[in-house]
Design a binder for this molecule. Structure first.
Ligand code: GLN
Length: 415
């Protein structure tokens, strides 16, 4: 699909990248923050680079011991199965990867055979498609059903999965399922009941589960983030994906990780070693420093409070505009129903947006005229279902309040 006819279809991130839209745009598109990781992390990591010569060289392919230890300390209490067993994550249950993308890629590379099917819950983070297809797999889609129309504010739990549809998607070729919670782009945090039902079906069908939980530290309003890996019968079949970039506002550092049983991580580590050999060593130190110091600095609590405020600021503008939206329980995205916004008929889009959903036209027009960038969500649907995503735009609120207000003021012109 990407390389049809010798030309590749440009990915949505490259079309709406800051370099490609007017310089005075406010970018609520790709999910990166407009602040740096905390000073106490950056300062300590610079020191580590100066003082520890080896932090400038190849790390062990699995990851630097300091980071593995910090991940074990930080994550173990959040896996209910480990708490019940009274133990912590062991070194052979962790692999540090070049961002969560690379982790998911290494997992697919390790575990897929040509012709295997991988179930994705639609809409889905677009990177999954290439990750599956490049490794010889075939994606199979199961929808999250959107909320009923007519409500100004829907909850992200109003996007629902039909278990019969999920069950029907399995075939003898199904190898794996990707479950993304908190969900990009919907912001849904799958409930314990939902994950329990999904896990039973995964066990019945004896499949691998890739649990993409990169937004696990952005779960709002006392909603519970449940790790599917920790539910009964799931540890031995689940690889949980995490992200240093999302956790510490350091998306360019490209540090992610996979957590899972040794039988699953061993093959993934072998694949990862052949893909990149190892991950950026100084930034592994930085993430380790962040995890080690998080409690003392009340880092995650403060960050969560700030994200909650930021979510509410952005949503207040969609209330003013009377544009229906889904209030996210997790992640830093708001999905807004833009169907009543009309782009002038004579507005011309660039070649990169031609033949794509009408949401590409709308988002390009918003970038050019309102100078606010959002992401067209039809990219998060397969071609056959792109029409469902076309009515929406995805806005990221990982920006400071001032910038969110400035973007909101620009958006008010839509009224
Ligand atoms: N996950 C981020 C987003 O959805 C970044 C996208 C990417 O990795 N290309 O905005």
């Amino acid at each position: 699909r990407m390389f049809e006819g010798g030309t590749h279809k440009l990915d949505v991130w490259s079309i709406f990248t800051p370099a490609n839209v007017p310089a005075d745009c406010i970018n609520l598109g790709q999910g990166f923050m407009n602040w740096a990781p905390p000073d106490w992390i950056r300062e300590a990591s610079h020191k580590s680079m100066d003082q520890d010569m080896m932090s400038n060289h190849y790390a062990h392919p699995r990851g630097r011991p300091r980071l593995i230890k910090a991940l074990s300390e930080h994550y173990s209490p959040s896996f209910e199965n480990l708490v019940a067993e009274g133990r912590k994550l062991q070194t052979d249950e962790i692999v540090v990867t070049a961002g969560a993308n690379c982790g998911t890629y290494a997992a697919m590379c390790a575990h897929l055979q040509p012709g295997d099917e991988v179930i994705c819950i639609e809409p889905f983070f677009d990177q999954y498609f290439a990750t599956i297809v490049f490794n010889g797999g075939t994606p199979v889609y199961v929808p999250l059903h959107p909320p009923k129309e007519g409500k100004q504010v829907s909850g992200s739990s109003d996007w629902t999965i039909d278990y019969d549809e999920f069950r029907a998607a399995f075939t003898p070729k199904t190898k794996a399922v990707i479950i993304n919670t908190p969900h990009n782009p919907v912001g849904k945090v799958f409930s314990r009941e939902e994950l329990t039902e999904l896990s039973k079906i995964c066990i019945e069908n004896d499949v691998l589960v890739i649990a993409d939980e990169v937004y696990d530290c952005m779960v709002y309003d006392d909603k519970e983030h449940v790790r599917i890996a920790s539910l009964p019968g799931m540890w031995e079949r689940t690889l949980t994906v995490g992200s240093g970039g999302k956790s510490f506002a350091a998306t360019g550092w490209r540090i992610g990780w996979l957590i899972g049983a040794p039988a699953l991580t061993a093959a993934t580590l072998a694949a990862h070693t052949k893909i990149v050999f190892c991950t950026n060593a100084p930034m592994q130190e930085a993430v380790a420093i962040g995890l080690e110091g998080a409690k003392e600095h009340k880092f995650f609590e403060t960050q969560l409070q700030e994200y909650t405020e930021r979510r509410d600021i952005l949503c207040s503008y969609f209330d003013k505009l009377e544009l229906p939206y889904t209030k996210p329980d997790g992640s830093y995205f708001v999905l807004v129903d833009m169907s009543k916004i009309k782009v002038p008929d004579d507005f011309v889009v660039p070649a990169t947006c031609k033949g794509r959903g009408k949401d590409f036209k709308l988002c390009w027009w918003m970038a050019q005229t309102l100078k606010v960038v959002a992401i067209p969500p039809s990219e998060f649907y397969c071609e056959d279902h792109a029409g469902i995503g076309e009515n929406f735009a995805r806005f990221a609120f990982c920006k400071d309040p001032e910038l969110l207000h400035a973007a909101g003021d620009r958006l008010l012109k839509l009224k």
